[in-house]
Design a protein around this ligand. Structure first.
Ligand SMILES: O=C(CO)[C@@H](O)[C@H](O)COP(=O)(O)O
Length: 223
């Protein structure tokens, strides 16, 4: 199983100070920054686009921060080049948002980014099996995408188990309701990339919260 990566979701941060929020998370030991892009169409919420990502990227050292762009948008093909230019490292589109998944993955790679594919809670893991050889990551949503602070859906864990048993070396990300209370379910199922918004940004001690999430994934890896 690949190494643990902890990715704070910026959705739970202070949007008036996104650059310093991202820096704060890096100082607290995060590996990735999970950039939530929502278009008000694919999901019922609207966040930021490439111009804002360009600004945050400009404030952070490229080699030391990793921008995991979670594209909760319709027509994800439209924004690949913009996000590559903005400094995205990983472009994670939703399986449900497009038809021609393989061409999109090729486009993302051609633009110089890693390619991820996210599945909503009702989409089966089998939807992405044939795509995995081309993908760098699969994201199993553990809430309906659109908002932070929702309840972790434990019934999505069999999908993580299924993916982990078929693809031992794949980066498998989980996103939604992850905290100290729920991390063991995700880690035991085999997730290694952990997105946490509320659980990290709103923690009394974010550094400790990140370390605890990492320790849970590492503990599972030793089993
Ligand atoms: O993409 C999403 C929601 O659509 C997530 O990234 C959440 O924003 C994570 O926040 P918490 O559930 O950890 O508060």
């Amino acid at each position: 199983m690949p190494e643990a990566k902890i990715a704070p979701s910026i959705l739970a941060g202070d949007f008036a100070n996104l650059e310093s929020e991202c820096k704060r998370m890096m100082r607290c030991g995060s590996d990735w920054l999970h950039i939530d892009i929502m278009d008000g169409h694919f999901v019922p919420n609207l966040t930021i686009g490439a111009p804002v990502v360009t600004c945050i990227r400009g404030a952070l050292p490229k080699g030391e921060s990793f921008f995991d762009c979670h594209m909760m948008v319709s027509e994800p093909e439209r924004w690949v080049d913009d996000f590559a230019k903005a400094g995205g490292d990983l472009y994670c589109f939703h399986y449900e948002a497009t038809e021609d998944h393989e061409s999109l993955i090729d486009k993302i790679h051609a633009a110089g980014m890693r390619a991820g594919c996210a599945i909503k809670p009702k989409t089966p893991a089998s939807a992405v099996f044939d795509l995995v050889p081309k993908l760098d990551m699969v994201l199993v949503m553990t809430v309906e995408p659109g908002f932070g602070g929702q309840k972790f859906m434990k019934d999505c864990m069999p999908k993580v188990e299924e993916l982990r048993s078929k693809f031992p070396d794949l980066d498998i990300e989980v996103d939604g309701g992850l905290s100290n209370d729920t991390i063991d379910f995700a880690a035991d199922a085999g997730a290694n990339v952990i997105v946490a918004g509320t659980g990290v940004f709103k923690a009394k001690d974010p550094q400790e919260a990140i370390a605890a999430l990492r320790a849970a994934v590492n503990k599972r890896q030793l089993k």
